[in-house]
Design a protein around this ligand. Structure first.
Ligand code: NI
Length: 155
């Protein structure tokens, strides 16, 4: 057990005390422990939220091996792929926009792989969470970076 000291302004402290009283916590510490667990748990779970990803990036298709590597990465995550748009911008430069559907973390993982490939420029991911009820969508913040070994698929 670690003891930490937290400073709260009066208003926030009053909110915490009302929460402690309403839930019947024995102490503020017990309430704070639950709040932290709930909050972090929700963040971690959000990686599994069904989402739509719009991944865009530019690259030089003549750069050694790059086009082949990118194609390979996309095929490794083919279940996420809804559609890919490829534009030949000039003699060298390509713009690709991939529309993806799947768990937010898996989409983020693919986006990170593509964007971090040497020679890929302006990699950008927009993640849109689909509300389970289906009547509302929200923009998701980038989810936590996956740990090595997460979402490895059998190939
Ligand atoms: Ni092209």
């Amino acid at each position: 057990m670690q003891r930490i000291t937290v400073s709260l302004d009066d208003e926030t402290a009053a909110i915490l005390d009302r929460h402690v009283a309403a839930r019947g916590y024995a102490s503020r510490s017990e309430a704070v422990r639950d709040l932290v667990r709930d909050h972090v748990g929700r963040d971690e779970a959000s990686g599994q939220r069904p989402a739509i990803g719009i991944l865009s990036y530019m690259f030089d298709h003549e750069r050694r091996d790059l086009a082949r590597k990118l194609t390979h990465t996309h095929h490794d995550h083919h279940v996420l792929n809804l559609s890919t748009l490829h534009l030949h911008l000039d003699h060298h430069l390509c713009l690709e926009v991939a529309v993806l559907r799947g768990a937010a973390m898996e989409i983020q993982n693919l986006a990170d792989q593509v964007s971090s490939e040497r020679g890929v420029q302006f990699g950008d991911l927009r993640l849109i969470a689909r509300d389970p009820a289906g009547d509302r969508s929200t923009i998701l913040e980038p989810v936590n970076a996956p740990r090595p070994g997460d979402f490895k698929r059998a190939t």
